[in-house]
Design a protein around this ligand. Structure first.
Ligand SMILES: NC(=O)c1ccc[n+]([C@@H]2O[C@H](COP(=O)([O-])OP(=O)(O)OC[C@H]3O[C@@H](n4cnc5c(N)ncnc54)[C@H](O)[C@@H]3O)[C@@H](O)[C@H]2O)c1
Length: 346
């Protein structure tokens, strides 16, 4: 088994010279490929272009994708071959899944091209496909052999995409020991992209600290990384919000509930809301720009979400204090009642 902590290479400029191009397959987001130099693309003998997004992760679409991959990758594929996944989280989840099952596992390299993927999804080895529109219903644990993060590739993104990355960055900072979270707030003079680049390695290190203690999510510790994700997933699916922005909204929900139920101190809560504001992360409820879900829709979603256990209780992640995430089992009804109290559903 490949170790869960993949060697990480942070570079300023993307280049194919260090990558094992020969005989291997590049799976690349079509939109990203348009911005790559012809020399970069020419370095790869086999290239499979994909359209990023949840459809790429569809199980129903998977046989077609796999048969196209086998047509494109015209070599005698063995387990020594490598898939190089270049794209955001959807490309990483899809290509990682392919790598984990093809020939019972070929090698995998991640080159994340979104902030969200660079901070979060490329690390920790989770791959995933969606089943009948339900996110991440099947998947494997399959860490990459190596992860390359190129600054120029990440800075290519439209600047509003930094909001996605900030959601996951703030989540990692909340889980880390202070002063990570207040440092993020103090960095307001810079652009969001510069903040993300400056704190990227710290956020990744925080993720590995948790993943390495519970790589297969059997001890419960890794579930702490789902802070903000219960409500976040519901909003991501129902309003087609980008993952990181949905997580930000989920964090607002989780923090407000933590104050009520997990003893999260009022002054810490106020300080953290200030950091969110400094980073330009806004609660859609406070902005009055939110269309509440119906209680029935939210409950149905929660009951289908993957975090449910046999007793139909849901692992909800609360924050007791900065750096102290805790897991508690709650019922879907309790989540719905709290969401209604806060205004997320009616
Ligand atoms: N495996 C994990 O641990 C994990 C963790 C979190 C999220 N995820 C998954 O990640 C996915 C979301 O990832 P994402 O937000 O990166 O989305 P994505 O891969 O869907 O990409 C979002 C958009 O950004 C574009 N894009 C990508 N790179 C770009 C670049 N450099 N310049 C310009 N545009 C670029 C894409 O074409 C797409 O339109 C979801 O499917 C989520 O479930 C997985």
């Amino acid at each position: 088994m490949i170790p869960f902590k993949s060697p990480l290479f942070l570079k300023d400029q993307i280049s194919a010279t260090e990558l094992p191009c020969h005989d291997n397959l590049l799976i690349i987001d079509r939109a990203v490929a348009k911005n790559m130099s012809p020399e970069f693309l020419r370095a790869f003998p086999f290239v499979y272009l994909v359209d990023a997004g949840e459809n790429l992760k569809s199980l129903e679409q998977f046989p077609q994708n796999l048969s196209e991959i086998l047509q494109v990758w015209k070599t005698n594929i063995s387990r020594d071959h490598t898939i190089i996944a270049l794209g955001g989280g959807s490309v990483g989840d899809f290509a990682g899944f392919v790598a984990s099952v093809l020939k019972r596992g070929v090698k995998l390299i991640h080159i994340p091209s979104t902030w969200l993927a660079a901070i979060d999804s490329a690390h920790g080895g989770k791959t995933a496909l969606n089943v009948q529109g339900h996110k991440n219903q099947i998947g494997t644990f399959y860490p990459a052999e190596k992860i390359y993060i190129f600054k120029d590739l990440l800075f290519q993104q439209p600047s509003e995409r930094a909001l996605d990355g900030l959601g996951e960055m703030v989540k990692m900072a909340l889980m880390d020991t202070p002063p990570f979270i207040s440092d993020l707030g103090d960095a307001v003079e810079e652009s969001s992209e510069n903040i993300l680049w400056r704190y990227l390695e710290k956020a990744i290190a925080g993720k590995y600290k948790i993943v390495l203690q519970d790589p297969y999510e059997t001890e419960g510790l890794r579930k702490l990384l789902n802070l903000g994700h219960t409500m976040g997933h519901a909003l991501e699916v129902h309003y087609a919000l980008p993952h990181g922005q949905a997580v930000t909204q989920g964090l607002f929900f989780a923090l407000a509930w933590s104050r009520e139920r997990a003893g999260f101190a009022e002054d810490d809560y106020e300080k953290i809301l200030k950091v969110f504001a400094q980073l330009n992360l806004k609660s859609q409820i406070q902005e009055n720009s939110f269309r509440p879900l119906s209680k029935e829709t939210l409950k149905e979603f929660l009951l289908k979400d993957k975090k449910i256990d046999g007793s139909s209780l849901i692992d909800f992640i609360f924050l007791r204090a900065p750096g102290q995430a805790v897991r508690q089992k709650v019922s879907a009804e309790e989540i719905v009642a709290e969401a209604a109290r806060q205004g997320w559903c009616q």
